[in-house]
Ligand binder design. Structure first.
Ligand code: HEC
Length: 154
């Protein structure tokens, strides 16, 4: 058993020592960082949506300025999103649900973010008016689902 472990380690050391995989590792690290960043961006949007949803369902209270901050945060993330998604990440080894259609249909994909941004700005403007907020929430949700249905693989 011990010998097997030693042999395995030795193999790993030899593999790490050869120079060819070095560039592959650099690409992999870069693509993994890109994936992690865009997932963080989406998680920020998701967190803000969850908090707004909590308020709209009457499960928590939020002062109007907090509603505006959350909505403006989504709008800002939507503005940053095209740059976060543009690099293709075929060398990524971390989990990603982004599918190839993103880059095959880049114009359609990237045009969805300004729509998300407008829906978020409408939410910010609706702070304090629950029925207007509900309508804005519907548009936000449509934007998320429309894109996820097309461009995410489970
Ligand atoms: C223009 C397309 C697009 C729009 C609009 C969009 N998303 Fe996403 N979202 C994606 C893609 C693509 C991924 C997969 C990213 C990955 O795994 O690399 C994703 C992933 C996510 C994730 C998972 C992140 C993770 O850690 O794996 C959450 C949460 C999320 N989106 C929330 C939302 C919410 C909420 C909205 C709407 C308010 C929204 N998204 C709007 C494209 C979009």
């Amino acid at each position: 058993m011990k010998h097997l472990v030693t042999a395995g380690l030795l193999g790993a050391i030899i593999a790490a020592g050869s120079s060819a995989p070095m560039t592959a590792n650099a690409d992999e690290m870069m693509d993994n960082t890109t994936v992690e960043n865009r997932k963080m961006l989406m998680d920020g949007i998701g967190g803000a949506m969850g908090t707004l949803g909590c308020y709209l369902k009457g499960q928590c209270d939020l002062p109007d300025p907090v509603v505006r901050n959350l909505a403006n945060g989504i709008a800002f993330a939507a503005t940053a999103a095209p740059d976060a998604f543009e690099p293709k990440t075929m060398d990524a080894t971390v989990k990603t649900t982004a599918n190839e259609n993103i880059w095959a249909n880049w114009d359609d994909f990237s045009a969805r973010f300004p729509v998300l941004k407008d829906a978020a700005l409408a939410m910010a403007a609706a702070a304090g008016d629950k029925s207007a907020m509900g309508a804005a929430m519907g548009n936000l949700g449509k934007s998320c689902k429309g894109c996820h249905d097309e461009y995410r693989t489970k």
